[in-house]
Unconditional design. Structure first.
Ligand code: UN1
Length: 513
């Protein structure tokens, strides 16, 4: 933690050696066991956080449900003003927070800063949106009647986020939920609890400066059992969860069991189709950043390249040679492209994928392997690998959260490539590289990509916050962030008003007394 001004960053963010992990805003408490946070960068213990107990959780829910009663009455643009101030604070804290993200999660400092930038952007987006939570004016079939629909605050929003975007995903949810008049309870990943503490410290400053009650922004910590407090709690009308498909299925069932709403952001198995008309230089940048950026630990990371046979060797050679340029090492050092995986378990999954692809008949083009020695003491640094494979391979069908890229060949029409692209259980992000209008439009058409995100001439990762973010099939169907994703954080009401002295019934029904 001595390196790269990490000590100072931790101090600025209010991180102590042992942090209480439960908070309703300015108040912190916790009676649970200690969760230690080790950095995958150097293997060192950064600090600890105490987990949330059932009793702590009850206290949080009391504060949250109480706060909702008043927060929902505050005019939406006034709530927008709170979010505006939060965006200002994030600008102030951008560097230390970006550093902590990089050190606790292991992504490059550039990407850590990028994540905080996404937080700032979603705040700006939400501020504008706070004056545009519009319903529609509708036309009544009855004389002298008016009809419209409106959106009301929903209540307590539970947020379960993953280690790979330890701060941004929370902000996509909270910035929108807050302007919608909801209060939030956040359980960050137990692999990145300090990012949660830091964010809660930042928002607490804003809440305090505005004299707002406890309970608008709450933090809880722990593993899936703490998440279950929320998924099983009727007082939480919406649970927004990001993580594996396995986790999402459990959350979906638990929340559906009580007829609650869930917003799920689960696994991807994202592909780039490279057609004969692709710009090779652009393809290489998009594919390599997509596959090795964040060490392949984005939901939107590129897992598969589907390349036309006529340019297969050319693209293969270009991508393989680009891998030769990659520098792996401390992600806080801006000379490096690729940092560590999150932990040893992730390294195991990476090794397993490389073994499996060979066992299934794949050919390794760029050798993988775990790095050791100076600078790699944490045991979490791995070499980005490439293998030639077939889409049917079990391991290719599976999302491995690591820098393993599969090259797949197609022949004939772009339809064949689209079939391969869609031929997996997941449906998050997809892309086509082509200068051919027909191919691009086919890819985007009803018969094209079945993913929530479909791009032309850019890669699969790095979506902007202005669009709705999420995907279909095993990705879970939820949409977060931009466009009209805000609607899931509100309850809709249809209103009909009669301004006559008669009471005509709908559908022309006569009921004379
Ligand atoms: C995720 O991996 O959970 O599109 C989110 C992207 C980022 C968000 C990824 N803006 O890659």
């Amino acid at each position: 933690a001595e390196q790269f001004g990490m000590k100072e960053a931790l101090g600025l963010l209010g991180i102590k050696e042992v942090n209480q992990g439960t908070s309703t805003g300015n108040q912190w408490f916790s009676n649970g066991e200690k969760i230690d946070s080790y950095s995958p960068v150097d293997g060192q213990l950064i600090a600890s956080v105490t987990a949330t107990t059932r009793e702590d959780y009850e206290q949080v829910m009391q504060a949250a449900t109480e706060a909702f009663k008043t927060f929902r009455l505050m005019p939406a643009p006034k709530r927008g003003e709170i979010v505006r101030q939060f965006g200002e604070k994030l600008r102030q804290y951008k560097e230390p927070l970006g550093k902590l993200v990089s050190y606790e999660m292991g992504k490059s400092y550039q990407e850590g800063l990028g994540e905080v930038q996404e937080m700032i952007d979603i705040c700006d987006f939400a501020v504008g949106l706070s004056r545009q939570l519009n319903g529609s004016t509708l036309h009544s079939e009855r004389f002298g009647h008016r009809m419209y629909d409106q959106y009301h605050p929903l209540g307590v929003v539970g947020i379960i986020s993953a280690f790979n975007f330890p701060v941004a995903v929370w902000s996509w949810n909270t910035a929108l939920a807050w302007i919608c008049g909801d209060v939030c309870v956040w359980k960050p990943s137990e692999k990145t609890p300090l990012c949660g503490i830091a964010c809660q410290n930042i928002i607490a400053e804003v809440l305090k400066e505005n004299n707002l009650p406890e309970g608008i922004s709450c933090l809880i910590n722990g593993d899936y059992k703490v998440g279950e407090f929320m998924t099983q709690d009727k007082r939480v009308p919406l649970v927004s969860a990001t993580g594996s498909t396995r986790m999402g299925k459990i959350v979906a069932q638990e929340v559906a069991g009580r007829l609650g709403r869930s917003l799920l952001e689960l696994g991807g198995n994202n592909a780039i189709i490279v057609t004969p008309d692709a710009d090779i230089k652009m393809t290489v940048i998009g594919a390599v950043f997509g596959a090795v950026g964040t060490a392949g630990q984005r939901c939107t990371s590129t897992r598969r390249l589907i390349i036309h046979e006529s340019i297969y060797d050319k693209v293969k050679d270009a991508v393989v040679s680009a891998y030769g340029q990659l520098r792996i090492g401390n992600p806080l050092d801006q000379n490096n492209h690729v940092g560590p995986l999150i932990d040893k378990h992730a390294v195991e999954m990476y090794n397993n994928a490389l073994e499996k692809v060979v066992a299934e008949g794949g050919t390794v083009l760029v050798e993988g392997g775990v790095l050791s020695g100076d600078g790699f003491e944490s045991g979490c640094y791995v070499k980005p690998a490439i293998a030639e494979a077939k889409n049917e391979f079990e391991i290719v069908q599976h999302e491995t959260f690591a820098p393993v890229l599969y090259l797949l060949k197609y022949s004939g029409d772009v339809e064949n490539a689209i079939d391969i692209q869609n031929g997996v259980a997941q449906g998050l992000s997809s892309a086509i590289m082509t200068n051919n209008l027909r191919e691009a439009e086919k890819f985007l058409s009803h018969a094209g990509s079945d993913c929530g995100i479909a791009n032309v001439n850019i890669g699969t990762s790095g979506a902007e916050i202005g669009g709705a973010f999420g995907g279909e099939k095993e990705t879970g169907g939820g949409r977060e962030s931009g466009s009209d994703a805000w609607k899931v954080y509100m309850r809709r009401q249809t209103n009909t008003i009669n301004y006559t002295t008669d009471l005509p019934l709908a559908q022309g029904i006569k009921f004379d007394l």
